[in-house]
Ligand binder design. Structure first.
Ligand SMILES: Cc1cc2nc3c(=O)[nH]c(=O)nc-3n(C[C@H](O)[C@H](O)[C@H](O)COP(=O)(O)OP(=O)(O)OC[C@H]3O[C@@H](n4cnc5c(N)ncnc54)[C@H](O)[C@@H]3O)c2cc1C
Length: 230
């Protein structure tokens, strides 16, 4: 596995529990990145996959890339798991190793676009929305716990709230997508976040709205009991 190396420049909060970590360095110049793509970060030390890596890997969507610095945003889910600990303990000057941006959770030509997901998915959806050509029809629904968990988004978003309920298998996001007043013809949907909730949103679009499964691009970011999905 090939890594690029950078150093943390700065860390701030983009919402109550989400840290933005800005990483820069000469090795980060000229990376190819399509909004929606992700990198895999070596977080902490300890046994890596098959012990061939110096530490565990966690996957993060690229929030922004300006040709020299990569911005990642990490939602703190309160666990003492490697990704959460890495972000919580990150400090300026610290070295970070990560893979080049990759992935197919990216927009494609469509009559209109629907985006749906929770806090972590918002980190992919924000730059995807920002990169749409002006005038493109887009509908975005993002589920967060409370209003303080909203991330700064580049376009109008319908926010829905769990208000303390679990993010796993959340009925809130599918219900909010079901309320969208969409055109009669299908568009393309991009659905990410917790695995079961992603499935429920897809099920709604297929069963209730008659969309083809191939018109729904899904990307599970995490699932209860699973570690470090990619
Ligand atoms: C393509 C892709 C893009 C991703 N992009 C981002 C991103 O931009 N920002 C980001 O923060 N995460 C993102 N993730 C999720 C990220 O890779 C980690 O899974 C997450 O940071 C948790 O890592 P961890 O080591 O703390 O916990 P893990 O060891 O991965 O998980 C341990 C347990 O914690 C719980 N858990 C994990 N994540 C959450 C959560 N968000 N809410 C509630 N409970 C949780 C689950 O029960 C899980 O079994 C992405 C994942 C994928 C696959």
């Amino acid at each position: 596995m090939k890594f690029v190396r950078g150093r943390i420049d700065s860390i701030d909060f983009v919402s109550r529990r989400t840290r933005r970590i800005r990483i820069s360095g000469p090795g980060l110049r000229g990376l190819d990145w399509v909004p929606g793509q992700q990198v895999r970060v070596l977080v902490g030390s300890g046994p890596g996959r098959g012990n061939r890596l110096p530490g565990p890997l966690r996957t993060y969507s690229v929030w922004d890339y300006d040709g020299g610095a990569v911005h990642l945003c990490v939602a703190d889910h309160d666990g003492d798991d490697p990704g959460s600990l890495w972000a919580r303990n990150a400090s300026p000057g610290q070295e970070v190793m990560f893979t080049k941006p990759e992935g197919s959770f990216i927009t494609r030509p469509a009559p209109y676009h629907v985006f749906a997901g929770e806090e972590t998915a918002a980190i992919a959806i924000g730059p995807m929305l920002a990169a749409l050509p002006p005038g493109t029809a887009a509908y975005a629904v993002i589920e967060v716990d409370t209003a303080e968990d909203r991330l700064p988004m580049p376009a109008a978003v319908t926010w829905c709230y769990r208000r303390g309920a679990a993010a796993a298998s959340s009925p809130v996001l599918p219900a909010s997508v079901a309320e969208l007043d969409l055109p009669d013809e299908p568009g393309i949907a991009y659905v990410a976040g917790e695995a079961r909730t992603v499935q429920a949103v897809r099920q709604h679009l297929v069963q209730d709205r008659g969309w083809q499964r191939r018109a729904i691009i899904t990307k599970p970011f995490w699932a209860p009991g699973k570690k470090g999905m990619d």
